[in-house]
Design a protein around this ligand. Structure first.
Ligand code: FAD
Length: 317
């Protein structure tokens, strides 16, 4: 079923979560273990992230460094299909601009369509780790909206090769990302919201937010979106704090605030286990308040950890 149909039919907030494909060299069982811990809470769908290739420098026998391009977490399409058919649950693979030409993207979309996967989360992707700015692949897309438009075209039966006749149309339901605390590169909130509106006007069915730890930021974001005519469901994305270092790392990487109350609680923690527990408690509190607010769904970023999401889900679903 399409995500938007699930959201429209839901009588109470849906439970959904996001998984990372295993790193190259690992097998899929750890991912299945994570799903096994969460499946009893009846997830409406499961998201699978996409990771673009990175440049790594490897030492050659002569001592010089050689640049190599590697994709550390391949397999999003195959993993999505494996999960869909093993658990009978809908999946939402992420599709990104970074590292792909339009032709490669079209071929991936054709594969997904043949696999019966009807839901996508469409993103630009971050710059690779050692690059400051996002650069599209030659013949690829600059912004998520450009990729979204390619999918909308395919949903209307328009492929890149315009000479294809009697083409079959796809029927993808598409989500896009939104940022309650502004995207890191956006000059200001107003401009960022305008770009989000452009994605929705171009055909996005719903929005999933970046993680946040202060619900007020989400409430204000929803209000600001509604004020400029963004009417689609806005799903809050949440990640519990897992380690002591999160308090410094998350604001730096995602350009988000850690509220004072939470950072005070974390200051009292002596070990990562303490921080893990604070993370669960904060997330339960956040989730309960979001449910009261009437969110359509609660979406959790597992980042490879499912035990904490299980504890939160036990309290909410
Ligand atoms: P865009 O919507 O293209 O926006 C990027 C920036 O450009 C913003 O500052 C925006 O304001 C600006 N902008 C947009 N349109 C225009 C325009 N026409 N002209 C000028 N400026 C414009 N990354 C991954 O690599 N893989 C994943 O699986 C992944 N999953 C994610 C899931 C969620 C829910 C979220 C919130 C993020 C995820 N990301 C993922 C990270 C995401 O790729 C980055 O945040 C990325 O930097 C921006 O992606 P976007 O789709 O929001 O980009």
């Amino acid at each position: 079923m399409k995500v938007i149909e699930r959201l429209n039919q839901a009588e109470k907030p849906l439970f959904t979560f996001e998984l990372l494909p295993p790193p190259k060299g690992a097998d899929i069982t750890k991912l299945y273990d994570s799903i096994g811990k969460l499946i009893e809470f009846n997830p409406a769908y499961v998201n699978i992230t996409y990771h673009q290739q990175e440049e790594v420098f490897k030492k050659r026998p002569d001592g010089l460094l050689e640049k190599q391009i590697v994709r550390k977490r391949p397999g999003t399409v195959a993993i999505s299909a494996a999960i869909k058919y093993k658990y009978g649950v809908d999946v939402v693979p992420h599709i990104i601009c970074g590292g792909f030409t339009k032709e490669e993207t079209e071929n991936a979309l054709i594969d997904l369509n043949f696999l019966g996967i009807k839901n996508l989360l469409v993103l630009r992707g971050d710059p690779p780790k050692n690059q400051r700015y996002f650069t599209p692949e030659t013949g690829g897309h600059q912004y998520a909206i450009d990729l979204l438009k390619q999918i909308v075209n395919l949903n209307e039966g328009r492929y890149l090769d315009e000479t294809i006749q009697n083409s079959s149309a796809t029927d993808f339901c598409v989500g896009v990302a939104g940022y309650p605390e502004k995207h890191i590169e956006a000059p200001n909130m107003k401009t960022d919201l305008q770009h989000l509106k452009e994605k929705v006007d171009a055909g996005a069915d719903y929005v999933v937010t970046q993680m946040f730890f202060d619900n007020q930021k989400y409430f204000d974001f929803v209000e600001n979106c509604r004020n400029i005519g963004i009417e689609v469901p806005i799903i809050p994305g949440m990640k519990p704090i897992t380690t002591l270092s999160d308090v410094k790392l998350l604001p730096k990487v995602f350009s988000i605030d850690i509220p004072e109350d939470l950072s005070c609680e974390l200051d009292k923690c002596k070990t990562n286990e303490d921080a893990w527990q604070v993370g669960i408690e904060w997330s339960v509190k956040q989730s309960k308040q979001l449910v009261e607010f009437g969110v359509p769904s609660l979406h959790y970023y597992t980042i490879g950890r499912a035990d904490n999401i299980r504890e939160i889900a036990k309290n909410i679903f």
